[in-house]
Design a protein. Sequence first.
Length: 81
Amino acid sequence: AYLSGAGPVVMAITTGGAGDFFTQNHQQRTDQRVARAMSEAADKMGVKGKVYVTHPTNVGGVVVHADPPFSSSELVYNGET
């Protein structure tokens, strides 16, 4: 686990079975045990938070909304309607 310099974030990278974590059995997954331990430690310190489980991707960051939008009536960027 490490502290991010971008804000009040704690992140843990866990090991487990290969592939989609939704298809792994309980013995292959460590994410739930790590998340529970981190939540309990935060609770003891009086820190509220949320746990998010995600996985690495090779896509990188994606803009999902822009105001004002990048697109116009003549040009529509991917993902905008």
